[in-house]
Write a new protein. Structure first.
Length: 107
């Protein structure tokens, strides 16, 4: 199961030392809902290496505003407490997500 990011915990998790992948989503977003099982799968597969989770933009807003999230789904990648240049927008398949996660691990 993917981690649930909130405005209260997101900075702490990013600064925890592990690489972080955040999926910005909403319940009304069809592509977000289609990707949800894949995000959950990847969270389990990479549990020992990467914190993979979801940030619901309808329940939270500060962090998404800070990072200028304008379309959903958007996925941001963090390493060593900093946002990387890696970013995905729109619906993604598992292979693309795995490729980006591996790229994050190799930064």
């Amino acid at each position: 199961m993917a981690f649930k990011f909130t405005d209260e915990n997101v900075e702490e998790i990013i600064n925890s030392g592990k690489p972080v992948v955040i999926d910005f989503w909403a319940t009304w977003c069809g592509p977000c809902m289609n990707m949800s099982p894949t995000i959950d799968e990847l969270a389990e597969e990479y549990a020992d290496k990467v914190v993979i989770g979801k940030y619901n933009v309808d329940e939270e807003s500060d962090f998404s505003t800070q990072h200028r999230i304008m379309s959903l789904p958007t996925i941001l990648f963090f390493k060593d407490g900093k946002k990387t240049s890696l970013r995905l927008a729109g619906s993604q398949n598992k292979a693309t997500l795995v490729e980006k996660i591996e790229e994050l691990l190799n930064l």
